[in-house]
Design a protein. Structure first.
Length: 395
């Protein structure tokens, strides 16, 4: 489709990236092949020298992968995108493509656990250090600047605290010191937050979450604002090897068609669920960007076009209350991950973070009664009834 970038987001979701085929396929087929034949030796030579466009080997380039990458680049308003085997492969490739030994990163302290571990424990072995700060506090970001700061890495809203960071201010700080601003946009998706319009240079997503949206794929993507960055990123990803495969690309591309519908319905449900939780006597507090009680409610209006479907709340009864809710709730799956059409619930203190000492949990802001839910597209009254019945079991 010509000029797809001029169309509305719903049209982009359905049509962006699709390739014309000789057979007239309506959907880009799955090119489930590891390698591509050359016509003759000279053709192979021209492809390898880059004198001619074409496909060589699927780790380097594949039509099904390319179609999905184009779709996500168009949805984010970026120049190019690179599909990765997981969100973490995207995060790692981003750092490897842009940073050298001796460089320094400023990162949101409230970020995805594996990202924090990669930055704190793995990257320092390659000479790249990170200062974790509360990126919702602009003064704290400025204070963390070092002469070798080359990247500010922001995740907003942050996980699991739902703390939000002002992307326009952060990218302006990055620009002023000659550093790049990278944003993990997983929680919002391109439907609700557009980091490039706020000055970011790079966006990453765990496509495992909203972009695929059906809890049947692990995948990630890097989106570039500037086409000039593309050859270096492509080479780095090709050499690190964390590329996505054609079948998963196909599934993600299929999921993208309903991205807007899913995200809006999940959000509509989440607003009602958050309101129910906010008025429940067994709940201490609810953290959801759509509630006026969110400490940064003003930032929602400034940089987001919606409030998403991730909700955190604190049960009054601590760990025991959390276990009772987990063991008595219907519909909601007890599982990590988020962003799918099915609602999920998680109690970090008794599940994902049960192995940590109470002190370490406190340090990580994992309170005993903290529960996180990802709201799906089920009937919202059914979801509220399920939560209500589960909460009733807590004495
Ligand atoms: C899940 C997630 C990741 C990691 O993605 P994977 O696909 O699991 O590797 C990174 N950032 C955020 C915000 C996530 O939710």
């Amino acid at each position: 489709m010509k000029n797809i970038r001029n169309y509305g987001v719903e049209t982009k979701c359905v049509h962006a990236g699709l390739k014309e085929t000789a057979e007239g396929a309506v959907v880009t087929p799955i090119y489930q092949t590891s390698t591509f034949k050359f016509n003759d030796a000279d053709h192979g030579a021209r492809l390898f020298k880059g004198e001619e466009e074409g496909y060589i080997y699927t780790r380097m380039r594949n039509p099904t992968v390319e179609a999905m990458e184009d779709a996500v680049a168009i949805l984010e308003g970026g120049a190019k995108a690179l599909g990765c085997a997981s969100g973490m492969a995207a995060v790692h490739t981003l750092f490897a493509a842009t940073l050298d030994a001796g460089d320094h990163i400023i990162s949101s302290e409230s970020c995805y656990g594996a990202t924090a571990t990669l930055l704190a424990n793995v990257m320092p072995r390659f000479g790249i250090t990170t200062t974790f700060v509360d990126t919702s506090d602009i003064e704290a970001v400025k204070k963390a600047i070092q002469p070798n700061t080359k990247m500010i890495y922001a995740e907003t809203p942050g996980n699991p605290t739902m703390v939000m960071s002002d992307l326009a201010e952060i990218s302006a700080i990055a620009k002023s010191i000659g550093a790049k601003c990278a944003v993990d946009n997983t929680f919002m998706s391109p439907i609700l937050q557009k980091p490039f319009e706020l000055g970011a240079d790079y966006i990453i997503h765990s496509m495992t979450k909203y972009l695929n949206g059906h809890a049947d794929v692990v995948a990630g993507i890097i989106v570039l604002k500037d086409e000039k960055d593309y050859p270096n990123f492509r080479k780095t990803l090709n050499h690190l090897g964390g590329t996505i495969d054609p079948f998963n690309s196909f599934l993600v591309h299929r999921g993208l068609k309903t991205l807007k519908l899913r995200v809006m319905q999940q959000q509509e449900n989440a607003v009602k669920v958050a309101d129910f939780l906010n008025n429940h006597h067994k709940i201490e507090w609810v953290r959801y960007p759509g509630l006026p009680s969110h400490p940064q409610y003003n930032l929602v209006k400034k940089q987001m076009s919606g409030t998403g479907s991730m909700i955190a709340f604190e049960l009054k009864g601590g760990i025991e209350a959390g276990k009772i809710l987990m063991n008595n709730i219907e519909i909601f799956g007890l599982a990590v991950s988020l962003g799918g059409v099915e609602s999920l619930i998680q109690h970090p203190a008794s599940m994902t973070h049960a192995g940590m000492s109470p002190e370490a949990r406190k340090q990580a802001q994992i309170t005993d009664g903290l529960v996180r839910i990802s709201v799906g597209i089920e009937n919202v009254d059914d979801l509220i009834t399920a939560l209500s019945n589960g909460l009733d079991k807590i004495k």
